[in-house]
Design a protein around this ligand. Sequence first.
Ligand code: P5A
Length: 452
Amino acid sequence: NWKKTFYQYKYSKAVMLLSKLFIPITKDLPAEAKIKSHQLMLRTGMIRQSSAGIYSWLPLGFKIMKKIEKIVKEEQNNIGAQEMLMPTIQSADIWKESGRYDDYGEEMLRISDRQNREMLYGPTNEEQITEIFRSSIKSYKLLPQILYHIQWKFRDELRPRFGVMRCREFYMKDAYSFDLSENDAILSYNKMFYAYLKTFQRLGLKSIPMKAETGPIGGDLSHEFVILADTGESKIYTDKRIFNVPIDKYKSDESSLKKMRNDFSKFYAVTDNKFKAEDFDKNVRKSDQLQTKGIEVGHIFYFGDKYSKSMNCSVDSRDGKKTFVKMGSYGIGVSRLVAAIIEAKYVNEKMKWPISVSPFDVVIIPAVNKNDKSNMTKALKIYKELKKKGIDVLLDDAEDNIANKFKKHDLLGIPFQIIVGSKATKDKFEFKEIDKKSQMLNLNKIIKLLKN
Ligand code: P5A
């Protein structure tokens, strides 16, 4: 009797029924949603604009962003970076010390409190972390240190656009390294370089480290990590062979990291403002030249004592001399990555989330109508089995024709589907990976595949 089981589940809170989730799918798109990721994030109710360049993250989008954040954290922790949390609101005083209070210009959101103290919503945290460091660490013995946090930032961009890709309030992972010598500092830089390659690889992205300008952060060594996308805002010029650098080969010890940097630096790869046509032609054969667009998902900097000197952040070195610590800073656009992954993965009107960040591992799609919900009972049984194995399942219980359901899932992009319809037998179900042919499999086989 399907009715009994069906209603029993329908009203149990434990079942992830699509019809009950807050995923406000819509067809109405604002005219300014020009790129795929922006359109898709609005269409599938991942985000909602609250004012220009400021967004709320609805459950679906938030869940994906949190999965990305977790991977970012794991790779930071793997290189020995320590997580902490600094506030979003900072005092203007420290920015006056570094000299950036005036330099930062209109991009900085300035606030005053009831005592008329000058405050600001942090666009980045070099000053804040330097202030913390200088008041806590006095000896070289505690070096090196790498600290990071994942926190909202605000930059009053002149033209926020493309949804969360270039917005005003955004979620960033920012790390800061402190070393005694330039040599040690470059090792910290290389560790972070390595962590970034690993992070983007786990997110299903092919990132290229490119020499870049340092802009308002400062220093003279910096790499942007860029993923290729036609809609990207960064113009890039590179030797195609950089794609073949075997990133799995490197380990996180000093000599392997040196080799990694060396191998990458063999290939010309720069962003716009570092580009010189004559260098490109001199260093790269015509057939290896690639001139294209990309999305900057991370950016790392080495700036020596730029902040430690102006803010008087020193430690006693071995010989007792006061030495300004050598610093670097390292950013990943966590919220931007959600959009960047969509831009990289959306093809032929279909979305497919990398398994590592997909909002669900699998969706069960039963064919149901008003009068016959027997497929729902079958689907619920599968649901229970998968749940028991720790698989994150969604059940699409909508009473809609199956073609419409498939269209919806082409948008949602959950990478695997179990279709419970006319083809299903007593113990075999249609299992489909997006973009691949479906196959009839029993539940054990399905579980094995999903667990891999
Ligand atoms: C590095 C960490 C910094 O701010 N200070 C701390 C350094 N670098 S950065 O390049 O300016 O920013 C780091 C990353 O943040 C993302 N990002 C943005 N994402 C969405 N909207 C924005 N307006 C925005 N600005 C920066 C990018 O991914 C960038 O690489």
